[in-house]
Ligand binder design. Structure first.
Ligand code: NAD
Length: 480
């Protein structure tokens, strides 16, 4: 079996590793740090490459995978594990680097990591996937590439809650009696140590990020827009985890109009607004959007990138906005839900055309932010809100009773119930996510305004990240 340790097969414009290096170097020009320290921040500290056999019945099959650790300036390290036939070492290292910068931008105290196993999940049964996952976890344990204080994986492309539960169980089996074992991985099912709100977190984070952007009128004006999210026309690529939640929340809570949704087999357009839940149900049933009877269905999934809209949310794959289509993008804002959806050459064209790009390393950080909350929940061994929920309810009830007795009037039942409901885990998680995304955008916007020569949000995000990581190294020092 040929092992793809390095990329080499993608054109330079589409090589994520080169792209991240270019983005880093572009921003490093605006940061006053010694070259050696910049290099330490940029490089990937170590990569574990492993080949391992798995026995299915009488047959042995070899698999190979990676876990890259990009930066140890904060611990543990954090990043997903992806299952894909396309993974290679360069991609894993690039994604690990993006995790480092992402955590720094949203002030989540982790270093960046990423892992992957080269396989196509649909080629294997659930039992086989379980065996592969447990064996890969064992390899990570043997080399110290997983652990609550060392390295904490999460779901990524091709993996989900199910795989995370297998990883947690395997880790637990190898570390009997250790209290914090559940914190060795995040993105677990809620009844297996996961946290409420994790599933929607990245999409919700995209919305919180956009809301904060629209609270900065000067930034909004740079995009040639005004006002808030209400009535804004939105096009989304990908109705998966990130795209669905972002589109659904924008439509339901912010009054935005979803005018296009692109999937792998076509794009649904409707200038009156798409019912996202109805389309999502259709997509789940039919495995695509072709034949959807409401609005119009265009031939290609990429058509959603070129429709008339105010905000374009690429939330499917990398390199979707590239030299081939950058001049045809009609949105005023590109809000990156996916990782690396815009190539640097395409971004240059977008920026020249006055289109604002809200970068992935800020905008899709909701997932890792809520993973951080899951990790702290696991370490505290208690669900959020357990201690204070009833107290909160009591206080609310007292307040509502006081208002009723002073006014002599009663609240209608439904309003009373809403007012007296105590905060639960999901409320607390969403509040923490909103605080994180809002604060991060404020710092980003300030960095953009105050750093001479920086004119776009991605460079500002890298500048912010490099400064914060540099500061961490300066204060801690580097071990001799
Ligand atoms: P997902 O698999 O749930 O959804 C992806 C969607 O894109 C699917 O519905 C798929 O059918 C669709 N799609 C595939 N090919 C397409 C094409 N050519 N055109 C249009 N649509 C296509 O994945 P996800 O978790 O939503 O992740 C999407 C992106 O967001 C990825 O880049 C991922 O790395 C990034 N991301 C995800 C998270 C997370 O928490 N899930 C966090 C950060 C970043």
């Amino acid at each position: 079996m040929a092992v793809r340790r390095k990329t080499g097969r993608r054109p330079e414009e589409l090589n994520l590793y080169r792209i991240v290096e270019r983005q880093f170097e572009n921003a490093a020009r605006f940061v006053n740090l010694p070259r050696g320290l910049l290099d330490q921040i940029r490089v990937c500290n170590n990569v574990y490459f492993v080949q391992f056999p798995v026995k299915f019945g009488r047959e042995y099959r070899m698999f190979f995978g990676w876990r890259a650790e990009h930066s140890h300036h904060a611990k543990p390290l954090k990043g997903g594990i992806r299952y894909s036939a396309m993974v290679d070492q360069d991609e894993i290292m690039a994604l690990a680097a993006l995790m480092t910068y992402k955590c720094a931008v949203v002030d989540v105290p982790f270093g960046g990591s990423k892992g992957g196993v080269c396989l196509r999940p649909r080629d294997y049964t659930e039992k086989q996937l379980e065996k592969i996952t447990r064996r890969f976890t064992h390899e990570l344990i043997r080399k110290g590439f997983i652990g609550p204080g060392e390295n904490v994986p999460a779901p990524d492309y091709g993996t989900g809650e199910r795989e995370m539960a297998w990883i947690a169980d395997t880790y637990d089996a190898f570390h009997p009696g250790q209290l914090d074992n559940m914190a060795c991985v995040t993105g677990k099912p809620v009844d297996q140590g996961g946290v409420e709100g994790r599933r929607a977190a990245t999409g919700r984070g995209v919305v919180f990020g956009l809301r904060e952007f629209f609270r900065h009128p000067r930034d909004v004006a740079r995009a040639g827009l005004e006002g808030g999210l209400e009535g804004k026309r939105v096009s989304v690529q990908g109705l998966g985890n990130v795209g669905y939640h972002a589109a659904s929340i924008l439509a339901k809570e912010d009054g935005a109009r979803i005018v296009a949704v692109g999937e792998w087999d076509g794009t649904v357009v409707d200038s009156d607004g798409i019912d996202v839940d109805r389309l999502a149900r259709w997509r789940r049933r039919k495995k695509g959007v072709k034949g959807y009877p409401h609005g119009k269905v265009l031939e290609r999934g990429t058509d959603c990138l070129e429709v008339e809209c105010d905000i374009l949310i690429p939330a499917a794959l990398e390199n979707q906005i590239n030299l081939a289509n950058a001049r045809r993008i009609k949105a005023r804002i590109v809000a990156e839900g996916a990782n690396g959806p815009t190539t640097p050459d395409a971004e240059k064209i977008l920026l020249e055309r006055g289109i604002v790009v809200i970068p992935d390393i800020f905008l899709n950080a909701g997932g890792v932010t809520v993973s951080y909350f899951e990790w702290t929940k696991n370490l505290s061994h208690m669900r959020y809100g357990r201690l204070e929920k009833r107290l909160d309810e009591k206080k609310r009830e007292n307040l509502v009773n006081a208002v009723e007795s002073i006014t002599g009037r009663e609240f209608p039942g439904q309003i009373r119930r809403a007012l007296t409901r105590g905060i639960g885990e999901e409320d607390i998680v969403n509040s923490g996510l909103e605080e994180t995304m809002s604060k991060a955008y404020q710092h980003l916007s300030e960095t953009l305004r105050r750093t001479r020569g920086v004119t776009d949000l991605r460079t500002a995000a890298f500048v912010l990240a490099i400064r914060r990581i540099g500061e961490a190294y300066r204060k801690r020092g580097i071990f001799p």
